[in-house]
Ligand binder design. Sequence first.
Ligand code: 8OZ
Length: 366
Amino acid sequence: MSSAPTTLFSPIRIGDIDCANRIFMAPLTRCRATPGGDVPNALMAEYYAQRAGAGLIVSEGTQVLANGKGYMNTPGIYSAEQESGWRLVTNAVHQRGGRIVAQLWHVGAISHPDLQPDGAQPVTATEGFNPGGITRTPRGKVERGPARALSTDEVRSMVGAFRHAAEVARRAGFDGAEIHGANGYLIEQFLRDSSNQRSDAYGGSIDNRIRFALEVVDAVAEVFGASRTGIRLSPVTLANNAKPDSNAQATYGALVEALAARGIAYVHFIEGNTGGARDLTGFDFAWAKKRLGEAGVTYIANNRYDRILAMHTIAHGAADAIAFGVSFLANPDLPERLRRDAPLNPPRPKLFYAPGAEGYTDYPAL
Ligand code: 8OZ
């Protein structure tokens, strides 16, 4: 029996989510939520609906708690108003035949007191951990400072916050949830020994450092089912000044084994340094693809893919789907353009995080 070869344009079923093609929209922070309650709105619904031709849309990072916020005007996913706002988004995407999962996010130490309820100190794995760097708050540009360690009880509450956010996402009509375990944010702060020096059950050994991530996975899977739960990982990124783990292969390898055992829908890998060179040194991504594949877990690849690299990667079975970030932002009809090998709109980076429709919903389709 012969079957058509798998291409970038072939449908794929990811857990229980049916996707029309393997050209996915990567999560992209755009800072267009309505200020005040960080509420998703009609403009955001239009933006996502324009991109419904993606096999799967991963929403921008959406904070699971007010203290999980690290940038101005990122949307939340914990309040009743936010649930209604997200309902606009999921309805608009579904009406166009698309699929969308919510990316559940807590920035941990990447926040700043100016962005916290009551000007509180941001929270993280280790007392005093300071990722450094400059961020923008309502006061302008400010330097990040040291965060405080979550107590063991607070870590358990944080797992509950992810569970609550998944419940909001499910009621809002999302097809599933992706846990943001990448790019130097809270979950990655727990994973790496460079940012986790805890001495309780959530620090020290690899089993302890991956515990928080796995408890979050299990909590989200209780809400959506494992077949609608994914996680994004960046084993070797330096994003947000993240320092490498002393043994990324061992740490992330143990996590991949545990995720394979759980049979979640997918793992979404940032290959190399986020938005930077595709230097894959430090983690064996091909091993992860093979190990997850044996367990029926989809491998989504991301980081600076273009049409040719994406087509070759799918044809060779090195990934099951490819997530495109900047090119999807600038091309609402990216799958159609890749199909036809049509030219792409150039992105306008100055408007990536600016308010309003300009540089957001005004990129033309073919
Ligand atoms: C760019 C700007 C703000 C946030 C990430 C959520 O790196 C982000 C992000 C990216 O994962």
